[in-house]
Design a protein around this ligand. Structure first.
Ligand code: SF4
Length: 335
């Protein structure tokens, strides 16, 4: 129980989060404490908190793990955020199957803690986890990203200041506030390994150490993909570095993996999951698919297509699609 100055207490929470160095799990890795401060200071009498548990990447499964094991901690994190930004309005934005599985459990905790947090079932696929799409989805609009700036911190849900964090962030907040935070993060380990699953380990570990300490260092020649499906391909001698973004590590056997089959799997995913809003991404992934066979592959066409995708796509999905392809082609096909 805290008996001191309430305003100072809220500022202290922001300072604690800032000092912890906690960052968002998207590619930009924005500082969580700074984001909370921006929403707190944004003008507006009504504000929102949104917990994003939309998890649409086929290689990442940590949101489901957190929901299954730590729903109470997540709701506590949302409750702290509501107090800090002085709001009563919050949403948990859930992937469809997570909504079905955890609705009852979450509602029970929400009721017990006397919150008015609403659960929202994500209506679409991968792209509807992007923060501006997520906002538009709750507003009942089409599932397309919108331009940033303005950012949700000032112009979010219904054009009001909105604090959007991943479920993993809300899980860590109570630990930071209580002084229990040990600078861990969640890693989703998959592919050709013995012990696939989600691990909560120090955020400072290298990929090599993570694979070794979880008993997943392969005995065969391999390469990995780090982050998520838009993550870079790394060779065995490049693993003395930390993971990025979503914390996924997927292991592929050199001998058993056909690089063209793998690239087709990625491109089919992107073709299905993009929103068709902009021509460069909509047409670009279609054209990429056409050349992803050993007989049709052409370096010049490939480089032209990824140049257009990177420079002219409207949102981060289109801009980042090229990364796994470029690194795979450079290191495995042309390497
Ligand atoms: S880059 Fe792709 S996902 Fe993003 S807006 Fe354009 S079509 Fe949609």
């Amino acid at each position: 129980m805290y008996y001191g100055n309430k305003k100072q207490f809220m500022l202290d929470i922001i300072e604690k989060i800032k000092k912890s160095g906690l960052r968002g799990r998207s590619g930009s890795g924005f500082l969580t404490g700074l984001k909370w401060e921006m929403v707190k200071n944004a003008p507006g009498t009504k504000k929102y908190v949104i917990c994003n548990a939309a998890e649409g990447d086929p290689n990442i499964f940590k949101d489901g793990f957190i929901l299954r094991n730590y729903p109470e901690e997540v709701i506590k994190g949302i409750e702290i955020a509501l107090k800090v930004i002085k709001s009563k309005e919050s949403y948990i934005y859930l992937r469809k199957d997570y909504f079905q599985k955890y609705k009852q459990l979450l509602e029970k905790i929400i009721k017990r803690r006397k919150l008015s947090t609403k659960l929202f079932k994500k209506p679409g696929g991968y792209i509807s986890g992007e923060e501006t799409v997520l906002i538009r989805a709750i507003e009942g609009k089409s599932l397309e990203p919108r331009k940033k700036p303005p950012y949700p911190t000032t112009d979010g849900l219904f054009n009001l200041p909105t604090l959007i964090n991943n479920i993993e962030t809300f899980y860590f907040v109570p630990q930071i506030v209580d002084g229990r935070y040990k600078k861990t993060r969640f890693y989703s380990l998959g592919g050709e390994i013995k012990n696939s699953g989600v691990y909560e380990l120090s955020e400072d570990l290298t990929i090599e150490t993570i694979l070794k300490m979880t008993g997943n260092w392969p005995r065969f020649k391999f390469f990995v993909q780090v982050g998520g499906t838009t993550g870079e391909i790394l060779l065995e001698n490049e693993l003395k570095q930390k993971t990025r973004g979503l914390g996924g590590i997927i292991v592929y056997s050199f001998n058993k993996t056909d690089p063209f089959i793998l690239m087709n799997k990625w491109i089919d995913f992107f073709r299905q999951e993009n929103c068709d809003k902009c021509m460069s991404c909509r047409e670009g992934v279609y054209r990429l698919k056409e050349i992803l066979t050993p007989s049709k592959f052409d370096n010049k066409i490939f480089n032209d297509l990824v140049f257009i995708l990177e420079k002219t796509s409207f949102c981060p999905l289109g801009k980042n699609i090229s990364l796994p392809f470029k690194s795979l082609i450079k290191k495995i096909i042309n390497g």
